[in-house]
Design a protein around this ligand. Structure first.
Ligand code: 5AD
Ligand code: SF4
Length: 455
């Protein structure tokens, strides 16, 4: 098959990877490649990988494995494994994927362009897992590989120093380091000039932004970002309960552009397990942070991450988690069955929980949260939510066609990150609109816009 000039980037895992993939896309664009959603068409295939859970790692190997045969038909095809699994595996990746061309570790992205050029001039099997300290700096903004026309992720920190015992991140993403605030604000100004209205500031533990460098605090950074014209909304992830300061809570309450939503991973509701996880807080401290947040920001939306079946977790520990989830009443949760990560210490902890028992606990937790999410969504009916319009809904809703003269169904998100669908022929992506909620479904809300707010 002939050279087509197309590149396909497949992203697995977290928001950080979505951001990194867009930056890799910018590099490929500068080298003359256009994006294609169809890997069959591509001359370069990049899989940006995640090593946080076993399942994500397997997905990366199976995705890249599919192209061994294509390479026989298309010898110029370049296949790249990027990100956390690449960093973790290094040269070992070639054992399972002999056809792979480049293993690009988490701190090697600034050398991506150079490696692609080397591959094009005939080099094979390049591995770059050098732990350089350089943060992947903002490149000229280029939306060719972007997924959302109004909302973007922006990395503000890399790495992590917390060493939770189940987690591979500190080993594959290195030590925590913060990006200078000037560089962050510069990138966000360029995004705003290009029509972006919402930014999500990303780091493994954004609450400790600037702490090591003794520079601006995270609350201070929020103020700087809020001062950028054209940006309507600011979100951030992920926060660590042990570092959630009163200063940050007050900044969230004060700054209108900062969304009333917080993702605050609790991981477990049992003190014994929190200690074994090395989380650095107790159940009581976590609950007191939730109280402080709710008294400063009464309608705050809350979400969390939970691991079930951590080594030695008893039924009673799990019940503590269930009780905490019930007590807090999260808007949504992300729950995972614990899986061993060979670099992380918990892989060597005794007393593993049986796989079937893990799945039973996970299903019970998820089923319970479904009822809570449903109830929370139902409580939204009749309320007016401010929505940032993202685009036309992928799904059509029959009710609209019957009840309104509009044919176009738009979609956006509330401040608390709920998906809201509504009919409108005038609102366009990037607008803020007040939408009265008429119907609640498990994963979305449907309503009518009251009026267009501003553009
Ligand atoms: N097993 C299961 N879940 C994990 N997470 C991190 N490491 C593991 C692991 N070894 C979950 C945590 C974290 C989220 C991103 O992934 O809940 O917050
Ligand atoms: Fe992993 Fe803990 Fe760091 Fe989060 S805070 S990235 S869970 S080590």
């Amino acid at each position: 098959m002939n050279y087509s000039g197309y590149a396909h980037i497949h992203t697995i895992g977290c928001q950080m990877n979505v951001y990194d993939s867009e930056k890799l896309g910018t590099v490929l664009n500068a080298l003359g490649y256009q994006p294609t959603p169809d890997p069959e068409q591509a001359d370069i295939i990049v899989c940006n990988t995640c090593a946080v859970r076993h399942k994500a790692e397997e997905k990366a190997f199976s995705f890249l494995g599919r192209f061994a045969r294509d390479k026989q038909k298309k010898p110029h095809l370049i296949t790249v494994m990027a990100g956390c699994v690449a960093q973790q595996e290094g040269n070992n990746a070639f054992q399972r994927l002999p056809h792979l061309d480049l293993v690009l570790g988490t701190q090697a992205f600034s050398r991506f362009s150079r490696h692609i050029e080397a591959l094009k001039s005939g080099q094979r099997r390049i591995t770059d897992t050098d732990p350089s300290d350089v943060i992947f700096e903002a490149l000229p903004d280029d939306t060719a590989f972007a997924e959302n026309p109004v909302s973007k992720f922006v990395t503000i920190m890399q790495g992590c120093d917390n060493f939770c015992t189940y987690c591979v991140v500190p080993y594959v993403r290195g030590r925590e380091r913060s990006r200078p605030w000037q560089s962050i604000v510069e990138e966000i100004k360029v995004l705003a000039d290009n029509g972006i209205r919402e930014v999500t500031l990303l780091g493994q533990n954004v609450n400790s932004y600037g702490a090591k460098e003794n520079s601006l605090s995270f609350a201070g950074l929020l103020e700087k970002v809020a001062a950028v014209d054209g940006i309507h909304r600011i979100r951030f992830a992920t926060s660590h309960p042990k570092d959630l300061s009163e200063e940050l809570i007050q900044a969230m309450a004060k700054l209108n552009k900062v969304c009333n939503h917080l993702h605050l991973p609790v991981q477990s509701g049992a003190d014994r397990i929190l200690k074994k996880m090395n989380r650095g807080y107790t159940r009581e401290l976590y609950l007191s942070r939730i109280d402080a947040l709710r008294s400063a920001i009464p309608d705050i939306g809350l979400s969390t991450d939970i691991i079930v079946g951590f080594p030695s977790e008893t039924v009673s520990d799990f019940e503590d988690t269930m009780a905490l989830v019930e007590q807090v009443g999260f808007d949504s949760i992300f729950a995972f069955a614990y899986s061993d990560r060979s670099f992380a210490p918990a892989a060597r902890f005794s007393d593993p929980v049986d796989e079937a028992e893990k799945m039973a606990r996970l299903n019970r937790l998820l089923a319970f949260q479904d009822t809570v999410t449903r109830k929370k969504n139902e409580q939204m009916t009749g309320r007016v939510l401010r929505v940032l319009v993202e685009g036309v809904s992928a799904k059509q809703h029959d009710g609209f066609v019957k009840t309104t003269p509009h044919t176009r169904q738009m979609t956006g998100r509330s401040e608390t990150n709920k998906v809201v669908h509504f009919p409108s022929d005038t609102l366009t992506p990037g607008d803020l609109a007040d939408v009265r909620i008429d119907n609640a479904y498990p994963h979305s809300l449907w309503g009518q816009p009251l009026e267009q707010m501003f553009q």
